[in-house]
Design a protein around this ligand. Structure first.
Ligand SMILES: Cc1cc2nc3c(=O)[nH]c(=O)nc-3n(C[C@H](O)[C@H](O)[C@H](O)COP(=O)(O)OP(=O)(O)OC[C@H]3O[C@@H](n4cnc5c(N)ncnc54)[C@H](O)[C@@H]3O)c2cc1C
Length: 415
């Protein structure tokens, strides 16, 4: 085993949190080593926002923390020290302008996540952070409850402080596979059970499969747990070969995953006409049926639904597609109306970590100081980013958690 030179700070993981932690510690004069197990830094950062990187959100701190689970208040101090404007300013300093889009989301004006990564790499390069890719940290070295260093690729590295920023378990091909949770557990940190979050959902039956590829821009999806209305979201969703996906489904998935794990009965109903209440929708159906009495019902359904949904709907309703509109009874009209407002899916599973945007659970907040991000178990050990038991909705919130906790850990370990 080789003994390497001594560092002030070793940061483990060159993702969003690790880059900020390394940069900030170096800004404060630290001799910093950044170890990354993949061959390149920031693999996950590159795929964020479908390659566009939703950097952050313009919500104020009070609003921001309501989008974070299980306890966003843990982040108040981190956010008060380094927040949305700070990451935007830092990126701007390195040539990345940000633009504000719908929902308060900030993206790089170039629409390239690679520009965000390059800016951060340039920042840490200028600050002389030593970066070693292809180094997997296997073990933390702790004596008398104080960090001494770590072991990576069989080599020992000595440091006064260590920051773990190894991410969650989602998209493990990017390098984030839960290694850090194990490292934390080995030194006595409690780790909350991890679950995929912001994840697509699998449905019973073949209806979703028949609609695969179809996107609905303005749908309302309602989650029912044991027949009780639990949560709803309005916006865009998508049918896939296994079930449901798209922004509003990912948002709803957090409550769904928890309930599935509790073995609850979970259903999602989709309201295809959220802008019309039952009465208004009935008036509309009645008018269309009356005005088109001689037309086939399958033709008139195209007034109400995307074309690919029509045969599926007619089949679900058990209607004869050749039937003419004037032959539709009021009972059948009521059934049509009900299905347009309540297309029901039983949820049987969620997709795995491989397809989850984020990991719920992780290193428990209870043993981490929210003031500094330092461990309450091991002196000199710090945590940052998704590996902590924190997860948020889509909208740039998750990256801001990584930027802010990374910066705070880097800042605190040099005090
Ligand atoms: C497809 C997708 C799109 C997303 N889009 C957005 C978005 O637009 N906006 C947003 O806010 N959030 C988005 N997220 C979430 C966001 O990417 C994460 O919250 C964020 O990257 C977490 O940063 P992190 O630094 O904590 O972890 P990561 O980015 O996962 O970085 C952890 C790093 O640690 C390394 N590592 C792990 N174990 C070891 C070890 N033992 N030794 C050395 N290195 C190790 C990993 O290889 C990895 O590089 C998206 C996630 C996904 C999967």
């Amino acid at each position: 085993m080789q003994y390497m030179s001594k560092y002030d700070v070793i940061v483990v993981g060159a993702g969003a949190a690790g880059l900020l932690a390394a940069g900030r510690a170096a800004e404060l004069g630290g001799k910093v080593l950044l170890l990354e197990k993949m061959r390149q830094e920031g693999r996950k950062l590159l795929i964020t926002g479908k390659g566009r990187c939703n950097i952050t959100n313009n919500a104020c701190i009070g609003d921001f923390i309501t989008h974070v689970y299980p306890n966003g208040r843990f982040l108040r101090n981190a956010f008060s020290q380094f927040f949305a404007k700070d990451i935007i300013d830092l990126l701007q300093k390195y040539g990345v302008e940000s633009i504000l889009e719908r929902g308060g989301r900030y993206f790089p004006a170039s629409n390239k996540s690679a520009d965000v990564l390059q800016a951060l790499l340039q920042w840490i390069r200028e600050l002389k952070v030593e970066v070693c890719c292809g180094y997997r940290v296997e073990k933390l070295i702790v004596e008398n409850n104080t960090i001494q260093g770590l072991q990576a690729n069989g080599q020992k590295f000595i440091a006064r402080k260590v920051i773990l920023a190894t991410g969650g378990k989602s998209y493990p091909a990017t390098g984030s596979n839960g290694d850090g949770h194990e490292l934390a557990r080995q030194v006595g940190h409690p780790v909350e059970e991890t679950r995929p979050a912001l994840v697509p959902l699998e449905t019973e039956g073949s209806v979703a499969q028949k609609l695969q590829g179809l996107t609905l821009k303005n749908a309302k999806a309602v989650v029912w747990v044991n027949d009780k209305k639990t949560r709803e979201e309005f916006g865009e969703m998508l049918f896939t070969h296994f079930g449901l996906s798209g922004p509003i489904i990912l948002t709803l998935s957090r409550v769904v995953v928890d309930e599935l794990h509790k073995k609850s009965k979970v259903e999602i109903t989709i309201d295809l006409k959220p802008a019309l209440d039952e009465q208004k929708l009935d008036n509309r159906l009645l008018r269309d049926l009356n005005e088109n009495g001689k037309k086939k019902i399958s033709t008139i359904f195209r007034y109400w639904l995307p074309a690919s949904m029509v045969p599926v709907f007619i089949n679900l309703l058990g209607l004869d597609p050749e039937k003419e509109c004037h032959q539709i009874s009021s009972k059948e009209r009521k059934q049509i109306r009900h299905l347009l407002k309540n297309l029901r899916f039983r949820i049987i599973n969620h997709r795995s970590f491989k397809e989850a945007i984020i990991t719920a659970g992780g290193v428990s907040q209870s043993e981490i100081s929210s003031k500094t991000m330092e461990s309450k178990v091991v002196k000199g050990l710090f945590f940052a980013g998704e590996m902590i038991d924190l997860d948020a909705e889509t909208g740039g919130y998750n990256l801001q958690i990584a930027w802010s906790t990374g910066w705070l850990a880097g800042n605190s370990c040099m005090q």
